[in-house]
Design a protein around this ligand. Sequence first.
Ligand SMILES: [Zn+2]
Length: 77
Amino acid sequence: MADKKKAGPKGKVESKPKKSRKLHTNYSISDNKIERKNRTCPKCGPGMFLGKHKNRLVCGKCAYVEMSAKKEEPKEE
Ligand SMILES: [Zn+2]
């Protein structure tokens, strides 16, 4: 009469993998010139990129918001 206990960690905490910022994807090098793909913050200067949101660009450092100039017509339900 041996009870087999399931071996398993108790209280397992699932940790989400950290998202890497992948800053290198913001640059592209062509002919020894660095081109910035994303918009940079006018307040913080070059090096601080604006985060892409649905319809705006936001600086994570100084909270500068720039509305994207995309012409999107609001969907009517
Ligand atoms: Zn900024």
